[in-house]
Design a binder for this molecule. Sequence first.
Ligand code: ATP
Ligand code: MG
Length: 290
Amino acid sequence: MASDDAYVKCPPGGEDSIVHVDCVSHRYPDGTEGIHNMCFRVFAKEIVALCGPNGSGKSTLIEHINGLMLPDVGRVRVFGLDIDRRNLSEIRKMVGLVFQDADSQLFSPTVLEDVMFGPLNLGMSVDEARRRAEWALGVVGIKEVNKIPHYLSGGQQRLVAIAGVLAMEPRILVVDEPTGDLDPSNALRIEALLRSLRDEHGISVVVALHDMDMAARLADRICIVQGGTVVAEGKPEDILYDEELLRSAGLELPAVARLYFDLGLDKRGARRPLSLRDLVSLMREHGLVR
Ligand SMILES: Nc1ncnc2c1ncn2[C@@H]1O[C@H](COP(=O)(O)OP(=O)(O)OP(=O)(O)O)[C@@H](O)[C@H]1O
Ligand SMILES: [Mg+2]
């Protein structure tokens, strides 16, 4: 092990976090280091977005939060429990993970059975599992409950995968690129769903996103992931308006921030909008549109 792989612990602070990825490094069998000295926390009832270019370590981090991957160095603590091989089933009850590749999450003969699988696996009765599955499928708007999952479109498969995790009623939902293959209306549905999980159910959501505009609209906190570690974190109105930071991490400003600067709203001392709707009302306030 290289000397800089030593377990050095994260900087102090954030003791009230519900997830603490404490200075974790993970190397894949081929020698690639997926994450390195990764420090990351999740707090109660927040939506935290992981933004970073391809290969920066978002999925590797995410798979550590429910114990799908275990650290080579460091530790991961979830609701006070250090993840190890003996408590994985307890961890997976608390942390629901929707993979980047939804297809790999579906395996039952029908959509309904697929979504019932998780609750049944948690020991629920068939009636209770069916009730939860029907609820979750309704929430994501899937009606094709008797279809073979692999015959669904990519976007529909993603919605079923999300339903499968929701049906287990996790305390933390971790979703890896949830809207990549969804049409605009389903992407908005998922965005609204993540928001309502936080607001109405008090669930914390971790979401890896390439869509910087969605990150601006949705997240309470943004973590910029680069080279296997979190290089910056903070409020969307700070991080997503820092062009130099984003550029150096291989990212771009969200459109809403780009327009804000192009319209000279920064020079007018205007507040930083996080959605197009906000931006338009700001433009109205400043007399740029009627
Ligand atoms: N199974 C694997 N075996 C070897 N290396 C891997 C494996 N999975 C990921 N990696 C490597 O680990 C690093 C982090 O990859 P990861 O998938 O976590 O990135 P990511 O930020 O999720 O990227 P993307 O935005 O493309 O989904 C990359 O260098 C990648 O090549
Ligand atoms: Mg990924």
